[in-house]
Design a protein around this ligand. Sequence first.
Ligand code: NAD
Ligand code: UDP
Length: 310
Amino acid sequence: MRILITGAAGFLGSNLAGFLLARGDKVIALDDLSTGRKDNIKEHLTNEDFTFVEADVCEPYHFEVDQIYNLACPASPPHYQRDPIKTTMTCVMGTKNALDLARKTNATVLQASTSEVYGDPECHPQNESYRGNVNPIGPRSCYDEGKRVAESLCFDYQRYHGVKIKVARIFNTYGPKMRADDGRVISNMIVAASNAKPLTVYGDGSQTRSFCYVDDLVGGLAAVMNETGTSGPYNVGNPDERTVLEVAEIIKQRLDPTLAIANLDLPEDDPRQRCPDITRLTSETGWKPTTDFAVGLAATIAYFAQQAVH
Ligand code: NAD
Ligand code: UDP
């Protein structure tokens, strides 16, 4: 198949590109390199099934493809809050341009949505029928509301133009090819511990997240794209829920038990708890995550060590 991945030089996109190429697909990788890195895809640059295009998804583009994975968008809070207006435009115009291309080429679009559409959830765990609790004017809203509009656009293109869409709500994911300066909790803590610095815990660390290893996540995206019977939305993630403090303790024990923990302010609107209910995707396709947190963490620590992040 000919497959376009937008955001292909980023963490998830580059892992997805590797998965699709290994399966025998032809991949067009579009990215503006704003938060992604060419280094993430350098192993594919000599592969004749792989084409890299440096471009902004906010501008229309055209490629003859069968499937589109629309992943382009900064995902880490410090990154998406750096230029929040651009983040909203990337969600809205980037998704519109992917849908317009799908309309012209009859391709299927998978939209990379997020657990952030649930905001600071009042129900737990979150299933896909929960409509969310998002602050529309806070510092996270460029991303949360941008992604909500992106979902809305997908379903309107399906209703009005018959475009084939799939919506995947991705929960916190970690693994190789994350940036060392990404700002997310797992990368921050591994990098800090590797440099004998205190591990930063925002607030008292009692907030929870549920972490999915990237290989499992990529398999989940492919399952949503190829094996589901509806357009979704489908939660994709690992229900293995932990407090942030627990994550800090695990990383400390693995890398340096003598390290201190530094408590910093909790960012505004930081969700208190988050855990995916993945029943819908699992019952339809059989997909479920299989990588234990300890195993995924070991692979991620090895990746950062090999990158010699100091
Ligand atoms: P990332 O920042 O590593 O990757 C995003 C990629 O998109 C980068 O390569 C960046 O350069 C590119 N990009 C950003 N704006 C662009 C634009 N205007 N034009 C072209 N390229 C642009 O983030 P990621 O973790 O790989 O996330 C990928 C997608 O998955 C995002 O849409 C994100 O919202 C979604 N997601 C990720 C997570 C997670 O835990 N990683 C969770 C939920 C949703
Ligand atoms: N967090 C933390 N220390 C860090 C980075 C993040 O305690 O160095 C917290 C953050 O406040 C949030 C959780 O860890 O409660 C997950 O943050 P991340 O940015 O990884 O993902 P998101 O907030 O988007 O779920």
